[in-house]
Design a protein around this ligand. Structure first.
Ligand SMILES: Nc1ncnc2c1ncn2[C@@H]1O[C@H](COP(=O)(O)OP(=O)(O)O)[C@@H](O)[C@H]1O
Ligand SMILES: [Mg+2]
Length: 280
């Protein structure tokens, strides 16, 4: 069995800076294994970002626990080590630029960690290679495309040698090309480097690439499983205000019409194969 690197036990978090408190994470217990690719789905305000912040100790649970690599996030002496190991990429690529060149930008994280200069150089080169932007090294980040900027942000996190990266809707502001670039990069990192990835997204095609999909609503996990398992309950997912992949919807309609009987078809290839048989 693969190692569990993150575990939450009945974690709760309530925002108090309001006229009334908002319970954003309401008793979440889950674990993440090394090398997993997890997609988190849920409508706006369902608690995804708050949950992500709990996982990298930007906030700590009011009750319950978050354990990262055996470290309790509630203990202040663990905060740095947890943040170093669980890197976050955010939505807006422009807000994440800190350097005037790509190299400078990517070196920023390890510099802050006090990594020796020779080692920083090695890590920066490796990180740029890993996300496929080595050739952009001397460029000014703010002149790059959205997808390239997000790859710079990912490289910056990789240079800190994390066990896990969390992308909080990091593809949502990108055009289709940029989105594909970033997605390809994270899939590669996951498959080749065995990097653990937690990807928060609204794109169902991206969810289909996950090992496991977790659906949240009102701060709770309401569904989880393989993409095929989760999307096979079309009514539930749509009832939560989310989409299912278009082919899943098509096969669902055909099933309701009594033409096919499988559930959980999520790819065009699966659907084509099934429809091919149906049409003889
Ligand atoms: N800084 C904050 N202060 C107060 N309430 C917040 C804050 N951030 C988020 N919330 C509230 O917490 C709930 C969950 O938000 P969030 O975790 O951002 O959800 P999501 O990322 O799924 O959109 C929402 O009701 C939101 O309004
Ligand atoms: Mg969010």
């Amino acid at each position: 069995m693969q190692d569990i690197i993150i575990e939450t036990i009945d974690a709760e978090y309530t925002y108090q800076n309001h006229d009334y408190p908002v319970m954003a994470v309401d008793g979440v217990s889950m674990s993440v294994r090394q090398g997993e690719f997890i997609v988190v789905l849920g409508r706006n305000g369902s608690g995804k970002s708050t949950f992500a912040r709990l996982l990298n100790a930007l906030i700590t649970p009011d009750s319950g626990k978050v354990i990262v690599l055996g470290m309790d996030s509630a203990k202040e002496e663990n905060t740095w080590e947890i943040r170093k190991n669980v890197g976050m990429i955010f939505q807006n690529p422009d807000n994440q630029i800190v350097g005037t060149t790509v190299v400078e930008d990517v070196a920023f994280g390890p510099e802050n960690l006090g990594v020796p200069p020779a080692e920083i150089k090695k890590r920066v080169v490796q990180a740029l290679r890993d996300v496929g932007i080595y050739a952009l090294m001397e460029r000014a980040p703010h002149m790059l495309s959205g997808g390239q900027k997000q790859k710079v942000a990912i490289a910056g996190v990789l240079a800190m040698k994390p066990s896990c990266i969390i992308l909080d809707e990091s593809t949502s502001m990108l055009d289709p090309i940029g989105r594909k670039e970033v997605l390809d990069a994270i899939v590669q990192l996951n498959k080749k480097e065995n990097l653990t990835v937690i990807h928060i997204t609204h794109h169902m095609d991206e969810a289909c690439l996950a090992d496991r999909v977790i659906v949240v609503e009102n701060g709770r996990i309401v569904s989880q499983g393989t993409p095929s398992e989760v999307f096979s309950d079309v009514e539930k997912i749509e009832g939560l205000g989310l989409d299912v992949p278009q082919v899943t919807r098509l096969m669902y309609n055909l099933r309701k019409a009594g033409l096919v009987n499988e559930t959980g078809i999520i790819t065009v290839d699966q659907a084509a194969e099934r429809l091919g048989r149906l049409l003889g």
